[in-house]
Structure formats: structure tokens, C-alpha cells
Unconditional design. Structure first.
Length: 416
């Protein structure tokens, strides 16, 4: 499945409306516990206001996938809880149109002394489903979670991964009109994350509205139509995905925080560059397919213009949807020397023969650098993407040509 278009919003109907929302919590300092402490320190309990959200205002359109980025403590989760209705804003109004399902914390709302089966019915009834309605989708929920052997076990005995699988399975199989996701796509093992992404893409194809909180710029770029950025409870940007990611990264840099998934080394970009991209592309999958398969040839190309004769080092990075760096290679690595650009029409093609990647969404970064890699002439960051679909069992992020050699003989079964 191809990624959703960023150029237009799927519908003009507003699905989520957040108007002038603020949320203030009251923090109580610990009072002196004994009379002696009170006399010696003159300490008493004090109350302070903590402003988690300040005058936040935005809309999410029906059928849109909308990302929410922000540093730790920026108010992302508080905002999503206000939208979900689990907490009330101190000021402002939140309106949601359509059936809503929220994955705020996987397993939140599960009663630890109830079994997985009982919790499925409890959560479904809270969301307005009848028992008959839950009966119809119960097997799909259990199959998606992969908990057939544990569905009648009390959830207090579940591992965190089992909590995650059951929580996601309940939320997505109840077929909401609006789905809220808070850091869920970073939880669980690789197979579970891939399953989550596939279900989210299915929701996008169905035209459902998705609001996604994440620390991963790559997930926002790969999934979202628009995005917003929160900083200390204030909305500092809403709009284009690439601009939102740039604003988010600047916000993190100002606070000295590490940028998630930022594995591509950055160097100074030349303002008056002698070499500029004119085009970047990926040759389409063979046989008219919409996705590549392991073993296909993948050609990633670029054209560029140069002012005079300029030595250039081309660099290619490919990341998976969760930010894992899959490819990091330069023209120097491949041919042992740098190339020269001269005038218009220069061209480079990176060709991956027998592409080994398995199912997923992949993001491509292309950079033109000075030979010493001290300056960047031009950068095209993760605007190119491609999909891989295996169509069979997946055992890891790459498909290897494996065989088993053994000199062990297998005895014939003994009759009983």
C-alpha cells in the first residue's frame, strides 16, 4: 500500500475540534510529618499550579491522520486524554464526532483480577457495544492479540507484551470512526509493531480518522497527513509534516534532548551551493506491483545541476518505519572515488540488487556532499518512500537465503 498523500486533506468535515483548551493540575508539596519537623523547619504543605496545556487550538479533519509531536512533558498525553474524555480540560472545549476508541496506555482500563475474556467484554460495553456485538468480533480480537491460550487467564498475570497486544486488538477491532494512539506503535516486539502499522494503514484506506502521539519523526512522516508540535503545553506549530518535524527537532535541540531516530549525521549545509538536486526518484516495482518483494531490484536515482566542475560525494540512507537505519552508503564506498558534477544533467543511481528487506515502509534520504564530508551541497530527507510486501511468513527485518546442513539422522517413529 502506498503512503497517503500529504498534498491534500481527505475531507472537509471536522472530526476533532479542540478550542482554546488549557489544563492545570495542582501540585502539593509534602508537609512536615511530625511536630518536631514542623518546629525545626517551619515547613507546611504548599500548593502550586502546573499548566500542562495552555490555550491549545486545532482541528483534525475526517479521514485525516494527524500526528502530535513534543518533548517529554510537553503535554501530548494530557491533550490526548482531554480528547478521549478521560480528563476534563480546565478551560476550553473539545468536540469529537463519531465513535471514538483510544489507546492511551495499553491495558489501561483492564481490571487485573478479571480474565482477558472478561476485560474484552468490559471494554466493549464501556464503548457502547452490546454483548452480541462483541460476540461477533471476539474471535478476531483474540486472534489479532495471539492470546488464544491465555484469554481465560487473569490479566494481572500477563506480561507487558501481552497487555499491549490485547489492548491494541480490542481498540482496533471495535471499528472506531476516530482512533487515538498514544505511543502504542513503539510498544512490543517487531512483529507486533508491524501488525499495528498494517492495521493503521488499513484504517487509513477505510477513511477513518487517526490521531497519533509519538516520539518518532519517521512514523509521523510515514503515516500522517499533517502534524502539530507542543512545547511546554503550548502549541508552537500545526500544518505540514516536514515543517512540523523540523520544528520538533529544533525544540529538542534547544533543550539539549536527543532527537529520536536521528542516525543520519548532519554537517553544515552550504547556503550558496554549487550543486543542487533537480530530481530524485525510485523506479517503480516490477510487473505493475504497488510494493516491492524481497529479491527485487530497487533503483534510487537523483539528477542535479552544477555550477562549473565540482567534486561531489553522493550519500544514501534508508530507514525503516520505526527509525532503524537499514542502509548507509556513499559513492566513495561503492566505487572507491568521488565523482565530478559538471553543468546541468548530472545523474547518480544507487541500485540495490536482490533487495533483502521484508514487510515494511521505508524512507530514503539522499545527500550531495563535499568530498571531505565537511559541507552539504543539498539534501532530500525522507521525501522518497517505498513499500515491501513479502506475502508469506516473515522472520526478521531481512530475508536471507538460508539452508540447513546436518548429518543427524532422524529415527523412524516407534509404533505404540
Amino acid at each position: 500500500m502506498q503512503p497517503k498523500s500529504r498534498s491534500s486533506v481527505p475531507s472537509s468535515t471536522v472530526a476533532i475540534e479542540v478550542s482554546d483548551v488549557s489544563k492545570t493540575f495542582r501540585k502539593h508539596s509534602e508537609p512536615a510529618k511530625t511536630l518536631k519537623e514542623r518546629l525545626l523547619t517551619l515547613r507546611s504543605s504548599t500548593v502550586e499550579d502546573f499548566h500542562a496545556l495552555r490555550d491549545v487550538d486545532f482541528e483534525v479533519l475526517s479521514g485525516e491522520t494527524f500526528g502530535i509531536l513534543g518533548h517529554n512533558g510537553s503535554g501530548k498525553s494530557t491533550l490526548l486524554k482531554c480528547v478521549a474524555g478521560t480528563i476534563r480540560p480546565s478551560q476550553g472545549v473539545v468536540r469529537v464526532r463519531g465513535r471514538l476508541s483510544a489507546l492511551l496506555e495499553l491495558g489501561a482500563g483492564f481490571h487485573p483480577d478479571l480474565t482477558g475474556r472478561e476485560n474484552v467484554y468490559l471494554n466493549g460495553s464501556i464503548l457502547g457495544f452490546s454483548r452480541v456485538g462483541i460476540d461477533r468480533i471476539f474471535d478476531d480480537i483474540v486472534a489479532f492479540a495471539g492470546l488464544e491460550d491465555f484469554i481465560d487467564t487473569q490479566v494481572k498475570h500477563y506480561s507487558s507484551g501481552m497487555y499491549a497486544r490485547l489492548g491494541f486488538a480490542v481498540a482496533v477491532n471495535l471499528e472506531p470512526d476516530v482512533l487515538l494512539i498514544d505511543e502504542v506503535l513503539a510498544v512490543g516486539d517487531e512483529a507486533f509493531q508491524r501488525k499495528c502499522i498494517e492495521r493503521v494503514r488499513g484504517f487509513q484506506a477505510d477513511g477513518r480518522t487517526i490521531c497519533l502521539v509519538t516520539h518518532s519523526p519517521e512514523q509521523v512522516r510515514g503515516l500522517c497527513d499533517r502534524a502539530m508540535v507542543l512545547d511546554h503545553g503550548r502549541l508552537i506549530y500545526v500544518g505540514d509534516v516536514s515543517e512540523a518535524i523540523a520544528t520538533y527537532r529544533q525544540s529538542l535541540a534547544e533543550q539539549g534532548e536527543e532527537i529520536p531516530g536521528e542516525e543520519v549525521d548532519r554537517i553544515e549545509l552550504v547556503d550558496d551551493s554549487p550543486v543542487r538536486f533537480t530530481d530524485v526518484w525510485i523506479d517503480p516495482p516490477p510487473d505493475g506491483r504497488s510494493a516491492f518483494e524481497p529479491g527485487d531490484r530497487v533503483t534510487i536515482g537523483t539528477r542535479f545541476d552544477a555550477q562549473g566542475v565540482v567534486p561531489v560525494r553522493g550519500h544514501l540512507w534508508v530507514h525503516s518505519h520505526d527509525g532503524t537505519l537499514m542502509v548507509n552508503v556513499s559513492t566513495l564506498d561503492l566505487i572507491g572515488t568521488d565523482v565530478y558534477a559538471s553543468g546541468p544533467g548530472g545523474e547518480l543511481k544507487f541500485v540495490i540488487e536482490n533487495m533483502p528487506f521484508t514487510d515494511g515502509h521505508y524512507l530514503v534520504t539522499m545527500v550531495l556532499q563535499a568530498p571531505a564530508e565537511t559541507r552539504e551541497y543539498d539534501r532530500n530527507e525522507q521525501q522518497l518512500t517505498f513499500e515491501v510486501f513479502t506475502g508469506g511468513a516473515v522472520h526478521g527485518p531481512v530475508k536471507l537465503d538460508l539452508r540447513l546442513d546436518t548429518n543427524i539422522t532422524t529415527p523412524a517413529p516407534t509404533a505404540i
